[in-house]
Write a new protein. Structure first.
Length: 121
């Protein structure tokens, strides 16, 4: 079974973090991150919870290897939280963008590229 340290490394790589960057988040030296990842030390529960809160990692997955790696995000709630005080139109547009499937994002990218190629400002 994969260790918590190996799962920490998976998260670190997923978010393109160096050991130093993850150490800075957790308030430890990068040598401590190396020890966690190699199974020579165990991170504190506070460190584990900070990783989970910061990167939306499933606590059960990180600690026990159970369930999905990432928590499901309520994008509507996130938009409401981060756009508090903005117009309802702006919020509804952002919520619609958040729901776009990958193939629709590709169509949007293609449209933007065509506009750029045609020299529109």
């Amino acid at each position: 079974m994969e260790s918590i340290g190996a799962r920490m490394k998976t998260i670190r790589k997923k978010f393109n973090l160096t050991q130093e960057e993850l150490g800075n988040l957790l308030g430890v030296q990068n040598a401590a991150i190396s020890k966690f990842e190699n199974g020579r030390a165990t991170p504190t529960d506070a460190s584990i919870k900070l990783i989970c809160a910061t990167y939306h990692v499933n606590y059960a997955w990180l600690t026990q290897g159970e369930g999905p790696m990432m928590e499901a995000l309520d994008t509507d709630a996130l938009v409401d939280q981060y756009m508090a005080g903005e117009s309802e139109l702006a919020k509804s547009v952002m919520k619609a963008f958040a729901r776009l499937p990958d193939e629709e994002w590709q169509k949007l990218r293609d449209l933007i590229q065509r506009i750029k190629d045609e020299g529109h400002p």
